[in-house]
Design a protein around this ligand. Structure first.
Ligand SMILES: NC(=O)c1ccc[n+]([C@@H]2O[C@H](COP(=O)([O-])OP(=O)(O)OC[C@H]3O[C@@H](n4cnc5c(N)ncnc54)[C@H](OP(=O)(O)O)[C@@H]3O)[C@@H](O)[C@H]2O)c1
Length: 267
């Protein structure tokens, strides 16, 4: 059997599959949130290269346009639909626009997230706590609730959420609100699998430790270029996301916990 052939489990016949390293997601409709920078940007570019139709969401339209242009330059398909994932009506409207335009939604990369400078109980206000919980957990729920009806109708769908190392291990660096919200994202993903497997829907939560992205610029303690170089890079996460996205339909990768080998939380 050639290396690019696999056995179809249903009728036991050989079917073509892209060889490792040459991933094809031709024609898949993929919605990436937080697509204007960092992990979301790397995922959007990777999906674009793999032949997917990529919908880019974030609050700043200009950064999304720049990513879309890079996808177009490589012959890929990208569509910017900007919006705030904390605005539940806007999230539902974006999903409706995707459904209207593409009549499908195969993959949601539920990646938008944020943090605040105030990361200790001594300085945390109710408004900031609410902002972090809305920006990481409520927003992720809105994405799922908007995507599920389309995926149920298809009998097919994959949800990939960016939680965090802080979603597995409570982190003083990330702060209480972020740790709590990201733990919620992990629980949300498992809860999706508990019910939605019946509809051919799978959910994966990714828990990365430090990734060298613009979110680090908002740390109360600045991060040096030397430390950033040792961290995970956005492309490392895009590779994990593509691995999940190309797993055969009978495989559900429930969770990925990934860190740089030089893990500063162990210091
Ligand atoms: N970097 C790390 O060390 C690390 C580690 C673990 C987990 N994460 C998580 O990884 C995800 C991606 O972050 P990143 O590291 O790639 O940082 P990033 O470069 O800051 O990316 C976050 C993106 O999300 C968008 N965004 C934030 N809030 C949004 C909202 N309410 N609605 C729509 N878009 C929103 C931002 O664009 P706009 O501001 O234009 O909306 C931005 O492009 C986040 O969920 C983050 O919590 C990061």
């Amino acid at each position: 059997m050639a290396s690019d052939q696999v056995i179809d489990r249903k009728d036991n016949k050989q079917v073509a599959q892209a060889p490792f390293g040459q991933v094809s997601l031709e024609g898949k409709v993929v919605w990436v949130t937080g697509a204007g920078s960092g992990i979301g940007e790397a995922c959007a570019l990777a999906f674009g290269e793999a032949g997917a139709k990529v919908i880019l969401t974030g609050r700043r339209e200009q950064t999304l346009d720049a990513v879309a242009q890079r996808i177009h330059a490589k012959g890929g398909h990208a569509k910017v639909i900007a919006g705030d994932m904390m605005d539940r009506a806007r999230v539902m409207a974006i999903a409706a626009e995707i459904d209207e335009r593409y009549k499908a939604l195969h993959i949601l990369v539920n990646n938008a997230g944020l943090n605040v400078l105030e990361r200790n109980w001594s300085v945390l206000t109710a408004d900031q706590a609410n902002y972090v919980i809305e920006g990481n957990l409520s927003s992720a729920f809105y994405g799922v609730i908007a995507a599920l009806p389309i995926m149920r109708r298809q009998g097919d769908g994959l949800l990939i959420h960016t939680s965090s190392w802080a979603g597995r291990f409570v982190s003083k660096v990330s702060g209480p609100a972020y740790s709590a919200a990201k733990h919620g994202v992990v629980a949300m993903s498992y809860a999706i699998n508990q019910e939605e497997f019946r509809h051919g829907i799978r959910s994966t939560v990714i828990c990365p430790a430090e990734v060298a992205t613009p979110i680090l610029d908002k740390r109360p303690v600045p991060v040096s270029a030397e430390d950033r170089a040792k961290m995970l890079q956005s492309e490392d996460l895009a590779r994990s996301v593509l691995h999940v996205a190309t797993a055969p339909k009978h495989v559900c990768i429930n969770e990925i916990v990934i860190s740089p080998s030089w893990n500063r939380s162990y210091l």
